[in-house]
Design a protein around this ligand. Structure first.
Ligand SMILES: [Zn+2]
Length: 473
């Protein structure tokens, strides 16, 4: 039997929008300390209440659809998706079915240097249900379930792809790029609590689809899919048939578990929601929104490569943080672009990651970086001490001038190095003897001593040359 397996994966991704108010009422759209405190009769689904569409959500949905190259439907409406579960007290969820905001889009993903187009089937708006908490862990073991309606009515965008991913890695790359586009559009912040969740459809060798639900974030998707693909392969090897069904993903166990036989979309009995009026998204409205879409990550990538002639890796790293990319452009007017890109994506990012700070949250000012790059260009500071300056900027934010002065980090003057070299030679006659009897390595020891004495301010190469000159004098 051939081990060659063809895999087809499609993703349905939900992103919670960070709007001031909920989708259909004026309750604050945010976490609250007390459960069931950011609620009103509308988001609690009381009979007789009328939902009213948050226009800001509509705008964000159109903006995102356009960024994903979707066609916009000029007239849209909302539908009721009927199901019975305590997280939705109306017994239906308001969503879009027949006519979503956007359809037939595409996104180009890049995995291991290879570019591939993934079709976006649709993008629509829907409301998040309430949060259920099964006391005692999971639904089988728990004696009762608590419900928090603070989340009910949080606006969601759902983005559905064509089943065109062939590997878990491709799916992960797509989600990372999608999250980056959301960030550029200003509808998402990586450090916030607003979640990106996906359901995945997987079929192997053209067999039936298995749906894996509730995969949170961008990296979990790769694990969940890898698990599910090997599970299905094992089944096939044992001659078992794979039937269409739905499984739940357990992130702690990195495994999937059967929930129910998959219902079809028809089972939900979608009906038009008469409480909400039809929305017109005419060309003029679309144009207005389109003109406010900022430069997107892939556009910035191409422009940076062309304008600054940087390597792919450096550009990719810069554009993952839009604010860093913006500051890079300011700095590139006065400094060598490759040098600053290397410092920003290298030592600076490393320090930020170590301290778990995003560049946009740090207090670093562009001028501080500019001063540091000036010192480096004039060779007034060693690379090692420049790294120290960056660490200080992140950990105890203050200007480069203050840091180099307080920490005494500028390169030593010529005569200062001369006198340290003399001192080190005088104090280490043993090393001198070793060198004279042919041990070249003894020099390294002496250079190390000079570096230590000068507190890193001496340049190691200069120190080495000075030592050799003195010894052979
Ligand atoms: Zn409400």
């Amino acid at each position: 039997m051939s081990e060659e397996t063809s895999v087809m994966i499609g993703l349905e991704t939900h992103i919670q929008l960070n709007t001031e108010t909920k989708l259909f009422c004026s309750c604050p759209n945010k976490d609250a300390e007390e459960p069931n405190s950011n609620v009103c009769p509308i988001c609690l689904g009381h009979p007789g209440t009328r939902p009213k569409l948050n226009k800001n959500v509509l705008e964000q949905a159109v903006k995102t659809s356009l960024a994903l190259n979707c066609n916009i439907n000029e007239e849209i409406f909302f539908s009721r998706k009927t199901y019975f579960y305590p997280d939705m007290s109306k017994n239906y969820q308001i969503t879009q079915y027949e006519l979503p905001v956007g359809e037939k889009g595409e996104i180009k993903i890049k995995t291991e240097g290879k570019e591939k187009k993934i079709g976006i089937t649709r993008l629509h708006i829907e409301e998040d249900p309430a949060k259920t908490e099964h006391v005692g862990g999971n639904i089988e073991k728990s004696e009762y379930t608590r419900i928090d309606y603070n989340r009910a009515g949080t606006p969601l965008l759902e983005i559905v792809t064509e089943p065109e991913f062939e590997t878990p890695k491709e799916a992960r790359t797509y989600l990372q790029q999608l999250a980056q586009i959301f960030e550029y559009l200003g509808i998402y912040k990586p450090e916030s609590n607003y979640a990106i969740k996906s359901d995945a459809n997987i079929s192997i060798n053209g067999g039936e689809k298995v749906e894996v639900k509730n995969i949170t974030g961008t990296s979990e998707v790769e694990k969940a899919l890898s698990y599910e693909i090997s599970r299905q392969k094992q089944m096939k090897r044992r001659g078992k048939e794979i039937k269409q069904h739905t499984r739940n993903y357990n992130a702690d166990m990195a495994s999937t578990k059967k929930m129910r036989d998959k219902e079809t979309e028809e089972d939900y009995g979608y009906i038009f929601d008469p409480d909400l009026t039809t929305q017109k998204l005419n060309k003029q409205y679309q144009e207005k929104i389109n003109s406010n879409i900022p430069e997107l990550p892939h556009e910035k990538f191409e422009r940076f490569k062309k304008e600054y002639g940087l390597k792919d890796k450096l550009v990719e790293s810069l554009i993952t943080e839009p604010e860093m990319a913006g500051d890079f452009e300011k700095l590139a007017k006065e400094h060598k672009s490759e040098t600053i890109a290397s410092w920003m994506t290298g030592e600076l990012k490393k320090t930020l990651n170590y301290n778990e700070v995003e560049y946009s949250e740090s207090e670093i000012e562009t001028e501080w970086l500019s001063t540091l790059f000036n010192l480096l260009e004039k060779d007034n500071i060693s690379d090692r001490n420049a790294e120290k300056v960056l660490r200080q900027m992140v950990e105890q934010p203050r200007s480069t001038e203050e840091i180099v002065e307080q920490e005494d980090l500028l390169k030593a003057e010529e005569d200062e190095v001369d006198s340290i070299v003399q001192e080190v030679i005088d104090e280490n006659p043993g090393a001198l003897e070793d060198y004279n009897s042919g041990d070249e390595g003894a020099i390294n020891f002496l250079v190390g001593q000079v570096m230590q004495e000068s507190q890193g301010k001496a340049d190691p190469k200069t120190a080495r040359n000075k030592i050799i000159a003195k010894i052979e004098d």
